[in-house]
Design a protein around this ligand. Structure first.
Ligand code: GRF
Length: 219
């Protein structure tokens, strides 16, 4: 009997919308397994994807600001249920509260469609074009209490073509996001990248692999 005992690192993905990064992670998962998906939007494409792929999904609909304390407790409990090593935000449109950051120290990461610290927040592509930015791209970073302010783990960049629209640019950056997020998670789960007390350490192998793929590390 051929039984594979090799276990993959469990991760949970939080989504609010379309879920293309979630799908890219699912496709490229080598060293990890998506054991649960949590969404604040029942109609999210990511919820649909979870159901179609028999991945356990939990929906916690958004609440008004006055109930966010209780909501955060429920979110924490929903995540703990899956006992993940990593919590990947993939278009989860909420600011993560300090109680959750505290609970999952060095375990929450996010993908952002800009080369942080440039363009945190929304409408990154239009803002980059309005500034005539020469390059643009995406960042995977640790999540802290600010908006897109946590330490950068890795980035991918592209040259902004003359005359490109924000929509076209978003499309190009999204293709990089899909590569970058999977690369970071596979390396984190293989311990080629290690995060401890907010500090990120890279193995020599991850550094040379990043270089060969055009992935930038903050070294
Ligand atoms: C991505 O651009 C991601 O960087 C940002 O939200 C978007 C989510 O897209 N945080 P999708 O739901 O993964 O398709």
């Amino acid at each position: 009997m051929d039984i594979n005992f090799q276990s993959k690192t469990p991760i949970v993905v939080l989504v609010s919308g379309r879920g293309s990064n979630l799908q890219a992670l699912h496709r490229a998962a080598q060293n990890f397994s998506i054991v649960g998906i949590i969404s604040d939007n029942q109609n999210a494409g990511g919820v649909n994807f979870a159901q179609e792929n028999s991945i356990p999904v939990r929906v916690l609909p958004k609440v008004p600001p006055s109930q966010r304390g209780q909501y955060t407790e429920e979110l924490i409990a929903a995540i703990q249920f899956f006992s993940p090593d990593w919590i990947a935000l993939a278009g989860f449109m909420q600011i993560i509260r300090p109680a959750m950051i505290e609970k999952f120290k060095d375990q929450i990461i996010n993908i952002h469609p800009a080369l942080l610290p440039q363009y945190p927040g929304l409408d990154t592509h239009a803002r980059a074009l309005a500034d005539n930015a020469k390059e643009h791209g995406c960042t995977v970073h640790l999540v802290d209490c600010g908006v897109d302010t946590g330490a950068t783990i890795a980035q991918m960049a592209l040259e902004v073509a003359t005359g490109i629209t924000a929509e076209e640019l978003a499309h190009q950056v999204l293709a990089l996001e899909h590569q970058l997020y999977a690369w970071v998670l596979n390396n984190l789960c293989q311990k080629n990248i290690v995060v401890k007390a907010g500090e990120i350490k890279y193995s020599a192998q991850s550094v040379s692999d990043a270089k060969s793929r055009g992935i930038r590390l903050p070294l």
